[in-house]
Design a protein around this ligand. Structure first.
Ligand SMILES: Cc1ncc(COP(=O)(O)O)c(C=O)c1O
Length: 410
């Protein structure tokens, strides 16, 4: 048997699988399991009929390029459409500022590659998205956490952390945030604070990496304006903005995009050439046609109602059986309910018992780069049906009630 360890690069050696994906594997092997682990959209609300019709037309053979390589930047009509989609979100981006990516996950990977050398500090919220942690770790960046307040990132702490890291001789170039219905904490960064973040970034010469897959999925129409991207008010060109069709159309297409200042977009284009040459030509056309035919615009309001109903269902069930044991803030959009267990309980330690009860979630510690958050859990309400949500919360309640009643660890 060959020992492959000595063959690995240092980066390769340190790579680790995501806690969310691991839970997916655990869940897949257990019959009748209810999974609150992955942030999967509900396939019941995919536009199956429209996709069928579009696919049939695209595979009719009239456009030979539908199955050909395409430009790295993206299918030109889709790039044009993205300018318009961004415009509706308050962001002005020309064609040379937009790049189609193979999921936002690839966008994060490309950004990490062009911005970070080993040992550079990347600032992230406590907690933050595990996929971003992985992308930055894979280029051997040092992830340093910034505290969160109820209205998102704590700007005072951000300034203190930048000063501390720079005083220690670290290169601190960028901060990663998910301002809309954050994965995992479900928080919105307040509007005032978004402007404050731009101001702090300007004063300390930081780039802001703004990841926005959930902004369209607000639960209350009156709150649409609260999701205005940080990038919309970026006059200096400090924000690299990512968004995706994964949560609003379907993640299987793997079509997402970055809007960045032209010079950075060009670098990202170079990095993407090495990664995959181009995002799938057929996938991009599927998404473009869905946009052009109005499928996206017609469906998004229904998605908001659909996911709000699931969120309400989960919260109602939790209030009934776990109201005295868990604390959480009501999500105002997105896919996640973030809850704290009693201080002495660990989300990680309870997973084995939860799995035995046939329910899984993601232990919150995976989202903290400083080892904290042991008593937190992330529950995703997006994929299970309302009935399964109620059943799953019932199972979870049994686990948590039992653990809370038991002796606390010394
Ligand atoms: C905050 C955040 N960023 C990026 C992604 C990756 O999305 P995509 O499917 O576009 O790669 C996700 C997926 O869950 C996410 O929650």
């Amino acid at each position: 048997m060959i020992d492959y360890e000595p063959f690995l690069s240092r980066a390769g050696e340190s790579m680790q699988g995501s806690a969310i994906r691991k839970m997916g594997v655990v869940a897949a092997g257990i019959p009748d399991i209810i999974s609150f682990a992955p942030g999967y959209p509900d396939p019941a609300v995919f536009a199956w009929a429209e996709f069928r019709e579009i696919a049939l037309a695209l595979l009719g053979g009239n456009d030979p390029n539908a199955l050909q390589y395409g430009p790295t930047r993206g299918y030109p009509p889709l790039v044009e459409a993205l300018s318009s989609i961004l415009g509706a979100r308050g962001i002005r981006a020309t064609r040379d500022e937009v790049l189609v990516t193979t999921g936002s996950q690839q966008g994060l990977d490309l950004i990490a590659r062009i911005l970070c050398d080993p040992g550079d500090v990347v600032l992230v919220e406590l907690p933050t998205y595990t996929g971003a942690i992985a992308a930055f770790k894979d280029v051997q960046a040092d992830l340093v956490g910034v505290r969160q307040a109820s209205d998102g990132i704590d700007l005072g702490d951000l300034e203190a952390v930048v000063a501390r890291e720079r005083a220690a001789g670290k290169r601190v170039n960028c901060i990663y945030v998910v301002p809309n219905f954050q994965n995992p904490a479900g928080l919105l960064i307040g509007l005032e604070k978004r402007r404050g973040l731009l101001e702090v970034a300007s004063r300390h010469n930081l780039l802001i990496i703004e990841d926005d897959p959930y902004g369209e999925l607000y639960f209350c129409d009156d709150e649409a304006h609260l999701t205005r991207p940080v990038k919309a008010d970026d006059v200096e060109g400090r924000v690299v903005y990512l968004s995706s069709f994964s949560k609003i159309l379907a993640p299987g297409f793997r079509v997402a995009w970055i809007a960045a200042p032209a010079a950075l977009a060009a670098k990202l284009d170079d990095a993407k050439q090495a990664a995959d040459l181009c995002t799938g030509s057929l996938d991009q056309r599927m998404v473009f046609e869905a946009w052009k035919r109005g499928v996206l615009a017609a469906r998004v309001p229904g998605l908001r109602a659909h996911y709000r109903h699931k969120k309400d269902t989960m919260e109602r069930a939790m209030k009934a059986s776990l109201g005295n044991l868990l604390t959480w803030r009501e999500p105002r959009g997105g896919f996640f309910l973030w809850a704290s267990l009693p201080e002495h309980l660990s989300g990680e330690a309870l997973l084995a018992q939860a799995t035995a009860e046939r329910v899984v979630y993601v232990a919150g510690a995976a989202f903290f780069v400083d080892g904290s958050g042991q008593n937190t859990i992330r529950l995703s309400f997006s994929a299970p049906t309302p009935d399964r949500i109620v059943e799953g919360i019932g199972r979870l309640a049994r686990v948590i009630q039992r653990a809370a009643a038991g002796p606390s660890p010394a």
